[in-house]
Design a binder for this molecule. Structure first.
Ligand code: IPE
Ligand code: IPE
Ligand code: MG
Length: 246
């Protein structure tokens, strides 16, 4: 997929935000918003697959979200477990390959079992790659990459001098997926909340006022349409970009 100015869209990332506020606006428990949020996630995943987007990363639970009330955290973990159990067949049917990034060892055993099963049973699928960022924190990911590199230096497998941006990227959990071209955040919050700080340095960002449980396929299309008209210059001038396309 390429936009009107010639920029590709190989990777879409979404910060699915606003579940709690959506429920509270309806005088319901925040948890109700999370349930509706998973239904929206299913629709958006299927539409992205239909649109042949190569990679989709969904921010589902951050390392900071562990600090939420225990009841909410445990509900979210159960919801994730049930969701994967229920959706696995659909992922297979849609030829979607499922993977996760984040500190998965912090998740409850039942969730890890469902994740592993889903990863295993979809690993030969050749369609869209779907990544759930779970217990994910971007700074932790960078620190972890630094540790892994340092270890390789200690073992004599790498030299400090050979470290480049590309090599460093290969120590991140997203490797070898290309960096997101577009990141969508719903609910009107204009921040990244520790989501892919290394990978998003040159991504186009689209903020939507809509709360995630209200986000529709039409809203997704609107975001993609907006991306279609962005000129990605990567530090160059507009005329250089035009020249590059000829
Ligand atoms: C996003 O919705 C889902 C998760 C972070 C798990 P929120 O739960 O953050 O909803 P708001 O932002 O409080 O409305
Ligand atoms: C970011 O949303 C994490 C996810 C959407 C999973 P939060 O709602 O946790 O982010 P902050 O705390 O408002 O920045
Ligand atoms: Mg939020």
């Amino acid at each position: 997929m390429t936009n009107a100015t010639g920029a590709p869209l190989k990777h879409l990332a979404i910060v699915m935000d606003g579940n709690g506020r959506w429920a509270e606006k309806k005088n319901k428990n925040r948890l109700f918003g999370h349930v509706k949020g998973t239904k929206v996630a299913k629709q958006i995943i299927e539409e992205c697959s239909r649109l042949k987007i190569e990679n989709l990363t969904l921010y589902a639970f951050s390392t900071e979200n562990w600090h939420r009330p225990r009841v909410e955290v445990s509900f979210l973990m159960k919801l994730l477990t049930k969701y994967l159990h229920r959706e696995r067949e659909n992922l297979i049917k849609n030829n979607i390959r499922f993977e996760c990034i984040g500190q998965l060892d912090r998740l409850p055993g039942a969730a890890i079992v469902e994740i592993n099963k889903t990863v295993e049973l979809t690993k030969h699928n050749t369609g869209m790659k779907l990544f759930f960022a779970l217990s994910y924190g971007g700074r932790q990911e960078i620190v972890n990459a630094a540790k892994l590199f340092a270890k390789d230096v200690q073992l004599g497998m790498r030299r400090t001098e050979e470290l480049t941006e590309e090599l460093f990227s290969s120590y991140l959990s997203t490797y070898p997926t290309p960096d997101p071209d577009l990141v969508i955040r719903t609910s009107g919050e204009m921040r990244l909340s520790n989501f892919l700080p290394w990978q998003l340095v040159y991504s186009e960002i689209y903020f939507s006022q809509i709360l995630w449980p209200d986000f529709t396929v039409a809203d997704l299309h609107q975001a993609l349409h907006n991306y279609n008209h962005r000129e990605r210059r990567f530090g160059k001038t507009s005329s250089q970009i035009l020249q590059d396309r000829i």
